[in-house]
Design a protein around this ligand. Structure first.
Ligand code: GLN
Length: 288
């Protein structure tokens, strides 16, 4: 109480006020309102529908300051997935870390095309540079009879992918540390998939937005972004069954180069596919 007898206690924001405040703070971001909703749901541990249903609900002191803190981090450019600790991909909720790429919606195109391939019902599948396990886990979840192996170069990344397998209750998948093929002893894969690093070293894209907070190891490759894709295409040949398929994701201006690499290394039925933004995004080919 102050000496006028009026209670000076601060009145906390309601859900509606919190969202309006955040939208105003994040004004430059196209997705400001969406970002604000995700962050508020995270703080309130609720589903998005709650924000619509109870706009007048008052936040506690702690919720309000946690929300403001997250909005400020977002203002610095931190990716939403890092702030809430997960990203939804395909039908799965995946934990992310600063060591891995945050799964992108474009990569679901690779999953869709992999699922349509004419490969055995009990296929053996390899995901190179698995990161959070996004591709490996999506494929395994859709095909309980497939045996999927995901590899990455770092044990912490492997531990994260294993956690994601557990939390999504997926059993037909294993993860192991390997720098591309270095520790992959098995051969005879029916399908090899990869979303490797493919951004050019000097790309201005690396200095903008969320990617600034993602690991360069997952983003950048030498030789105009093509070095790892080339290694994967070349080395896959000794690991893939006759009739098996390789699919890689690549940059929107790399379709032609990747197509040529597949042909150079003797693959057949090479096909580049565009994503929903009309950008060439994946190329698939068969080893015959
Ligand atoms: N797709 C990434 C991006 O848009 C680039 C690297 C990758 O996916 N492998 O930032």
């Amino acid at each position: 109480m102050n000496n006028s007898g009026i209670d000076n206690q601060k009145i906390n924001m309601t859900i509606q006020q919190a969202l309006q405040w955040a939208k105003h703070q994040l004004i430059d971001g196209e997705s400001a309102i969406l970002d604000a909703r995700i962050l508020l749901c995270h703080v309130l541990e609720c589903e998005p529908v709650t924000l619509m249903t109870y706009p007048e609900k008052v936040l506690t002191e702690e919720q309000e300051s946690q929300f403001q803190h997250l909005v400020n981090l977002r203002l610095e450019g931190r990716p939403i997935a890092h702030l809430v600790g997960y990203r939804d991909f395909w039908t799965l909720r995946l934990q992310v870390s600063e060591k891995t790429l945050i799964p992108r919606p474009e990569t679901e195109l690779l999953v869709e095309h992999a699922l349509e391939l004419p490969i055995p019902a009990e296929a053996k599948v390899l995901d190179l540079g698995t990161g959070t396990g996004a591709i490996a886990l999506s494929l395994a979840s859709e095909n309980p009879k497939w045996q999927v192996l995901g590899v990455d170069y770092d044990q912490e990344i492997i531990d994260l992918a294993k956690k994601n397998a557990l939390s999504n209750d997926i059993n037909n998948v294993s993860f192991t540390k390997s720098n591309w093929f270095s520790d992959v002893d098995e051969q005879e894969f029916d399908l090899i998939v990869s979303n490797p690093p493919y951004v050019e070293q000097d790309s201005p894209y690396l200095n903008q937005g969320d990617v600034r907070f993602e690991p360069l190891t997952a983003l950048v490759a030498d030789q105009d972004g093509l070095e790892d894709i080339k290694t994967i295409i070349e080395k896959s040949r000794t690991k893939i069954n006759i009739g098996g398929w390789l699919i890689v994701e690549h940059g929107f201006q790399q379709g032609e180069s990747v197509h040529s690499l597949f042909l150079e290394f003797g693959f057949k039925h090479v096909q580049t596919v565009k994503d929903l933004n009309d950008c060439e995004r994946i190329t698939k080919a068969q080893w015959c």
